[in-house]
Structures are given as structure tokens and as C-alpha cells.
Design a protein around this ligand. Structure first.
Ligand SMILES: [Zn+2]
Length: 184
């Protein structure tokens, strides 16, 4: 019995739960352990941060992680951050920042991965971001840097992270709006 109690305490420590019941920071509803949700691979991923569909999967969202079954924001037991990543930014319950939505992308034929839009909840703020792989193209990267400067957003460019290809991410942090509750 004692070992069971210790086990329970350990699960509490590694999980996102600090006090019961845990609530989704976006819609305020109850969340469920991540193991209770199956990835339906016949449909787009509900959260690419959790189910990225690559061969190695994502280890950040292991046991102790939780997910909201309404808007799919998930809390990693490892990072303790709530995060949602999707290909379609309209699928995010909180409105994606326009500066990220308007970010110029490389020509379609030069993009080498999914273009993934993400939000993570950071206290009373939201970090909005986008990330993608593309063929290394200096004229595009110049345009991207110019845009980031004008828009006042952070951009990180990792040239030749693999031969011929560049990984770029852009992010901006905003304050949560009072009326920014879930749209549904
Ligand atoms: Zn929710």
C-alpha cells in the first residue's frame, strides 16, 4: 500500500497536475491523460507537437502529460508547457497572430516539410510560431529577414542544417486577451 502511495506521488510530481482538478488554460474544461487519446492516422494530426507522425515520434509528451479533448492543447510532463501545433492555423482555438500568418513562405516547390503553426501558453501570454524546412535560398531568406524586421518578430534561420536545406522558425509573444476564450 505504501509503495502505491509513493507511486502516486511520483506521478503527481512528473505530471502537469499541481492541484486537482486540472483545467485547460484555453477553454477552462477538464483535461485527460494523454494515453487516453489515440492518434487517428487516417485524419490530420490533432496536435503535431504530440503526434508528429515521424518514425521517432515525440518523447516530450509521455506519461504524466495531459490533453484537452476539446481544443487539443496538450501539457508536456517534461516541459510543463501547454502547446498546440497544427498545419492549419485556423484550427487553433486562440487566434493566431497576424504577423505569423502573413509571414512570406518559400515557393511551394522549395518547401521540404509540413509548415507547422504552433501556440504555447506562457503565463498570461501566448507564443505564436511557425516552422518549416526548405531548400536553402538566399533571396528568400533575405525577404524573410526583412519581413521579420518590419513586423517586429523573432526569426531563427538554421542554414544547411542538413545539406542544401534550411530550417526556419519565427515567433512572437502576445498577451492573452480578456475575450480570447475558445471560439467553440
Ligand atoms: Zn481546452
Amino acid at each position: 500500500m505504501k509503495s502505491l502511495a509513493i507511486c502516486f506521488v511520483l506521478v503527481m510530481l512528473v505530471g502537469c497536475v499541481h492541484s486537482e482538478p486540472q483545467r485547460c488554460p484555453v477553454c477552462g474544461g477538464a483535461v485527460v491523460p494523454i494515453e487516453q487519446v489515440q492518434d487517428d492516422t487516417s485524419k490530420p494530426s490533432r496536435n503535431l507537437a504530440v503526434w508528429n507522425r515521424s518514425s521517432c515520434g515525440n518523447l516530450l509528451f509521455g506519461p504524466g502529460s495531459t490533453i484537452c479533448p476539446r481544443d487539443w492543447y496538450a501539457c508536456s510532463a517534461f516541459s510543463r508547457k501547454w502547446e498546440l501545433s497544427l498545419e492549419d492555423p485556423k484550427g487553433l482555438a486562440l487566434e493566431m497572430d497576424g504577423r505569423i500568418l502573413d509571414l512570406p513562405l518559400p515557393d511551394k516547390g522549395k518547401i521540404r516539410s509540413l509548415v507547422v503553426y504552433s501556440q504555447s501558453i506562457d503565463g498570461d501570454g501566448v507564443v505564436h510560431s511557425v516552422g518549416f524546412w526548405s531548400d536553402t535560398d538566399e533571396s528568400y531568406l533575405d525577404r524573410l529577414n526583412d519581413y521579420a524586421k518590419r513586423a517586429g518578430i523573432n526569426v531563427k534561420i538554421e542554414r544547411e542544417r542538413t545539406p542544401g536545406q534550411t530550417y526556419a522558425t519565427a515567433e512572437v509573444k502576445t498577451k492573452r486577451k480578456q475575450n480570447d476564450a475558445a471560439k467553440h
